[in-house]
Design a protein around this ligand. Structure first.
Ligand code: B12
Length: 218
């Protein structure tokens, strides 16, 4: 079967919110040796984007969004071992501590979880604080564990300003320079990252690992 058909089957299962089909289609793609990153970027994320569009257009409602979320999680579970395998044996010279969190008011965690897992696989010591995490808790935890990197995820445009709050509070407390702050999520881009004074962003989890590597080694 051509590679595109495998990916298309994942996209369709996510759009239809079919959890079992999504897992099955992902398994087939992994078994057909399709690159795990391609499965994530061209399969899962393409499906998620289409679901998002349909939701915006009023074609989909919350139940469809929830089903898509389940299908995405099921697919992610299948592709995750293959994604993490990419980092097997990579000996990281800098064993930095990383805080990862979805900022307050936001409960989207599928993307954040994969960023956390891939950073862990790449040798970082990640403390994942979960979802809907208050700005102050993120900073307190970073200080407590002596983190070098703070990864903030947000998918809602209404929750993105809390990323800015984290940076402003770090500045106000005179500790901004201690941290590399990365921001990410579907609506986050380079312009937003620069605008709020973050150190960087990435479109996907693999690039997130690359950005952390680059900034930490600089
Ligand atoms: C599934 C889903 C849900 C699920 C989430 C389940 C879960 N456990 O996460 C549920 C049903 C709970 C949900 C709820 C809602 N959702 Co929703 N949801 C989605 C959907 C379809 C997919 C998200 C997803 O998982 N994508 C797949 C993952 C793999 O991709 P990702 O998250 O982008 O992550 C990748 C990158 O962004 C990056 N990344 C992620 N985090 C980080 C962090 C760092 C530091 C870095 C560097 C990189 C990085 O790497 C990841 C992996 O490659 C999106 C549509 C979309 N375009 O994303 C809407 C979407 C995000 N949701 C939306 C909305 C409106 C809502 C609700 C408000 C709906 C409602 N009326 O209640 C609620 C809000 C709940 C809340 N308070 O947070 C809107 C947001 C619009 C906006 N601009 O603000 C979207 C964009 C849909 C749309 N187009 O309208 N949602």
């Amino acid at each position: 079967m051509p590679e595109n058909n495998y990916l298309q089957a994942i996209v369709e299962a996510v759009i239809e919110g079919e959890e079992d089909d999504a897992a099955e289609a992902t398994r087939s793609a992994v078994e057909a040796n399709i690159d795990a990153l391609e499965i994530l970027n061209e399969g899962l994320m393409t499906g998620a984007e289409e679901v998002g569009k349909r939701f915006e257009n009023g074609e989909y409602f919350l139940p469809e969004l929830m089903l898509a979320g389940r299908a995405l999680k099921a697919s992610m579970e299948v592709v995750k071992p293959a994604l993490l395998k990419k980092y097997e044996g990579t000996e990281n010279k800098v064993k930095a501590k990383v805080i990862s969190a979805t900022v307050q008011t936001d409960i989207h965690d599928i993307g954040k979880n994969i960023v956390s897992s891939m950073l862990t696989a790449a040798g970082y010591e990640v403390t994942d604080m979960g979802v809907d995490v208050p700005v102050k808790s993120i900073i307190d935890k970073a200080e407590e564990i002596g983190a070098q990197v703070i990864c903030l995820s947000a998918l809602l445009t209404t929750s993105m300003p809390f990323m800015k709050d984290v940076i402003e509070i770090l500045k106000a407390r005179g500790i901004r320079e201690k941290y590399i702050v990365l921001v990410g999520g579907a609506s986050v881009n380079e312009t937003w990252s620069k605008h709020i004074g973050a150190d960087g962003t990435a479109r996907n989890a693999a690039d997130a690992v690359k950005v952390v590597h680059t900034l930490i080694s600089a």
